[in-house]
Design a protein around this ligand. Structure first.
Ligand code: TUI
Length: 315
């Protein structure tokens, strides 16, 4: 399956791997890119030297295009922006904030394609005006930090509002989700949760097992009262976080501090009690461990199959 996203990025499948902090390292990104998708290295809260090393490893493992995701709230965002320009990274995706126009111009001048993650029409329009080559419209079904809208209403509204290609994200884990996204006017999808259990994904065994065991209702959103809602698998950490949010005796700073480092505890330590096992609502659909190549081939084959089948509805 080829869409205009494939031509835009020089990839074989219209699938971008989510820029999951701590998770999306050179192992995962190179596997996705080598298999024909767009692999993404997540900078998360890491310093530029770490990201430089991961870029180097991806380039050793594949000649195909890849990207770097910049979490704009990171204290190191500035140095990572400089790094992506210096390294002439093919694609940058951004999350958790708005890219300043000046920074966009520097990327464009360096020939870096910029694809911001957007939670609303207004932000999509602004990113288009500043020179984004596409946007990822991410609904609240996603894992991690999320916006207000859900994927089904967000994607077509963004498609109607901008001329640049739109990539759908949030709640997509198989070919049905890809086919549905194309029907909403998107040119491809970003998937995160499905790649958590890829063979090439190096997260702790406990994290993979939680995703594989997850049912439909097993994710929960916390952090709304602090201004940054995030979705993760329900566990003692999310319960304690929600209790803290409702506790009038705790300061905002204390509540924030409680969450610090929780994603690392899940990804690296597999800490079932204190870790934040971020995952999307589609975790309940992710039941098998596969290689990235198998995931990309299976998702696109299923999308083609359901799209062909859809002809029966047309008179
Ligand atoms: O960024 C994500 N998902 C993430 S980031 C993350 S780590 C984190 N650490 C501390 C606080 C928050 C998160 C875990 N998961 N997805 C992309 C995304 N971007 N979701 C929402 C947005 C977004 C929100 C507001 C993009 C632009 C935006 O602009 C408005 C503004 O106020 O800046």
């Amino acid at each position: 399956m080829k869409t205009e996203l494939c031509a835009l990025l020089g990839i074989e499948y219209p699938i971008i791997q989510g820029g999951m902090a701590w998770v999306a390292n050179a192992s995962l990104a190179s596997a996705v890119s080598a298999a024909g998708g767009l692999g993404i290295i997540a900078a998360g809260n890491a310093p530029a030297d770490y990201v430089r090393g991961e870029i180097c490893k991806v380039r050793e493992m594949t000649d195909r295009p890849f990207g770097v995701n910049i979490m704009l709230l990171s204290p190191f965002a500035g140095e990572i922006i400089d790094l992506t320009i210096e390294e002439k990274v093919p694609v940058v995706t951004t999350g958790a904030g708005m890219v300043p126009a000046k920074v966009m111009k520097r990327w464009l001048d360096a020939g870096v394609k910029v694809i911001p993650v957007v939670p609303s029409v207004a932000i999509a329009r602004m990113m288009e005006r500043n020179g984004a080559c596409a946007v990822i419209a991410e609904g609240g079904e996603s894992g991690g930090h999320i916006g207000e809208l859900n994927t089904m209403p967000l994607v077509p509204q963004v498609v109607d509002a901008v001329k640049i290609p739109v990539i759908a994200a949030g709640g997509i884990a198989d070919g049905r989700g890809l086919a549905a996204s194309l029907m909403l006017g998107a040119v491809g999808v970003q998937m995160g949760t499905r790649f958590l259990v890829a063979h090439e994904c190096t997260i702790h065994r406990n994290y993979k097992d939680r995703v594989l065991r997850a049912k439909d209702i097993d994710t929960v959103t916390t952090g709304k009262s602090l201004g940054h809602p995030a979705r993760a698998l329900r566990n003692p950490f999310t319960r304690a976080f929600a209790e803290n949010e409702a506790n009038p005796d705790m300061t905002l700073e204390e509540k924030e501090a409680f969450g610090a480092g929780a994603l690392r505890k899940a990804v690296i330590d597999g800490d079932e009690k204190n870790g934040s096992f971020m995952a999307g609502e589609c975790a309940g659909m992710v039941n098998r461990e596969q290689s990235c190549a198998e995931i990309l081939a299976e998702v696109t084959a299923q999308a083609e199959e359901v799209l062909k089948g859809a002809a029966k509805w047309v008179r």
